[in-house]
Structures are given as C-alpha cells and as structure tokens.
Design a protein around this ligand. Structure first.
Ligand code: CP
Ligand code: NVA
Length: 309
C-alpha cells in the first residue's frame, strides 16, 4: 500500500507512468469517453482548511472514475471534538478505500497514514502540497514537452519561485531534486524554506537569490503564491510589509526566458503576490493548471488503488 504524503513518496518511474496516464485520462475526459476503473470505491475527503479546487477536483474526479465520495470537515465530525487522529484513521479507513486530507501539520497526516488501512493523499498541509505540484508539472509538460516522453523536457529547466518559503516552495524543491530541474528561489528575509522539512540532502537542485527579479532571470517558469497561507493569518500585517517587493510583474517576466510560463496554484490576490498584467496576461497558464488538478488526481487515485494498468 502506498500513500502520497509528500512529493518524494513516489519514484521517477512512477511519475513517468503518472504523467502519461494523466494525458490519457485528460484526453478521454475531453472526448466524453467514460473511464470508470473505480466503480464501488469510496473516497473520504477530510477538510480542516477551506478549499475550492481541491474539493471540486477530488469530488468530481472520483465520481467520474465511477466511485463515490464522503465529505468531512472538522466542524461536523468528532475531529473537531478532539477524537484522536489515530482513532479517526482506524475507523474511517475501515469504511472507505481511499482518504484525502487537508490539514495543518504534516505530523497529523503522517499519524493518520500510520494508522490507516487504505492509501492516504495529502490535499495540502502547512509543509507540502504535492497534488498541486503534480498538476503544475503536468501543465508544464503539456505546454513545453512531449507527452510520450514526459520527463525529458524537465531536465535542466529553471523554475523561479518568488515569495514565501511555504508548502508550495517545499514541494517544488522536492520535485526538482527528483525530476532534474532547478528552482531559483527568492523569499523575503525571515521567510526562507526550512530544509528540515524539505529533506533534500544537498543544495544541487536550487539556488537562492536576494532579489526576486534576479531569481526570474532566464527562468522557464515563474511561479508564486499568496503572501499569507492558511493557518498563518495572525502574521498578515507583518507579511504585507515584508513581501512588498515580492510581487511578480511584467518587469520580472521580461527577464525570464521569452517563452516562460507563469503559474499560480490559486487563489490569487492581484496587486499583492502578482500583478493582473501577469496572471491575466499571455504567459499565464493558471486556468490549465487549475483544470489539471482534476486529471492528475484521477490518475493518482487510480494508481494508488489499482497500480499500473
Ligand atoms: N490550489 C488549491 O489547492 O486551491 P484550493 O485551496 O481552492 O483547494
Ligand atoms: N500556500 C497556500 C496554498 C493554497 C492552495 C496555503 O497553504 O494557503
């Protein structure tokens, strides 16, 4: 049994398979062709934080695969009344085939997985957002690469990360290490990536820049995220000051590779971490990126439950 708790949980060979499978599943979806390998399977989705994309993509995705879903939140379950996570895992995993969790600390999802009889998927924690990076990299491959050899186009590419050293940044770094690209990362002082979390083992896959524009120089993809992630709202005022210069604008895009893409996991705050001219401009692929959450998670759920087909 496999879990998907962080990007490093799967191997290069598994990602090669998954990216090919995502392309096939997307093609079938676009052709109105049924693809229902998960008939009679049930996914439990546990949300301890808000969501639009993750909720819709997992729920619609599981129904499209022929299965069904149970939607749970902290407020309407015993999770909100201090039932231990280990007990919740033991119970929920006896009743469903697969669990997706969005929560705070990675320790919580790790504990759930350790006591679960079924695969567990990380739908975002404070530390990681692996489903988003799966979709983001598929989107890059779709725009730049060859779907029959998906990993090829990633080798040696530069991804510029402008902003917080958060769950998205950590996950980009894990992906870079595994898939052979490099992250040029610029965060305000005090908001750097914590390498106790990323567990990279070396610094070969990233380079740190003081100035965000310098990080964008020659990049093949420029990406950013909100200044304040869910769970950090009490830091909002301090972050507004610290992140003021970490706003992706046309000037930053102009020093990137001329064909560079712009991505943002969404939700976005125009005028804060990105200017409207960029997110709504010709290099932005944010709507493909959001849609690809659906196709990539369908491939992921199919793989975790059925293996390679
Ligand atoms: N990008 C993302 O995970 O969006 P939601 O918070 O809407 O799920
Ligand atoms: N870093 C953001 C991503 C939201 C999808 C957060 O954790 O709130």
């Amino acid at each position: 049994m496999k879990h998907f708790l962080q990007f490093s949980d799967l191997s290069l060979e598994e990602y090669d398979y998954l990216f090919k499978r995502i392309a096939l599943i997307k093609h079938k979806f676009k052709s109105y062709e049924k693809h229902q390998p998960l008939v009679d399977r049930t996914l439990a989705m546990i949300f301890e934080k808000a969501s639009t994309r993750t909720r819709v993509s997992f729920e619609a995705g599981m129904y499209q695969l022929g299965g069904s879903v149970v939607h749970l939140t902290t407020a309407d379950t015993q999770l909100g009344r201090a039932e231990p996570i280990e007990d919740s895992a033991r119970v929920i995993s006896r009743m469903v085939d697969l669990v997706m969790i969005r929560t705070y600390g990675q320790d919580k999802i790790n504990s759930f997985a350790a006591h679960s009889r079924v695969p567990v998927i990380n739908g975002l924690t404070n530390e990681f957002h692996p489903c988003q990076i799966l979709a983001d990299i598929f989107t890059f491959i779709e725009h730049v690469g060859d779907p029959t050899n998906p990993l090829q186009c990633l080798k040696g590419k530069i991804v510029a990360w402008v902003g917080d050293g958060n769950n998205m940044a950590n996950t980009w770094l894990q992906a870079a290490k595994l898939l052979g690209f490099k992250v040029h990362i610029s965060t305000p002082r005090g908001y750097e990536v914590d390498h106790n979390v990323t567990q990279l083992g070396s610094s070969d896959c990233y380079k740190v820049f003081d100035h965000p524009k310098a990080a964008c120089q020659g990049a093949d993809l420029v990406t950013t995220d909100v200044w304040t992630s869910m769970g950090f709202e009490s830091e909002n005022n301090a972050r507004r000051v610290a992140f003021n210069d970490w706003c992706v604008d046309q000037e930053m895009m102009s020093v990137a590779n001329p064909n560079a893409l712009f991505m943002h996991c969404l939700p976005a705050h125009r005028g804060e971490e990105v200017q409207a001219e960029v997110i709504d401009g010709p290099q932005s692929v944010v709507w493909d990126e959001a849609e690809n959450r659906l196709h990539s998670q369908k491939a992921l759920m199919e793989y975790l439950l059925l293996g390679t087909l």
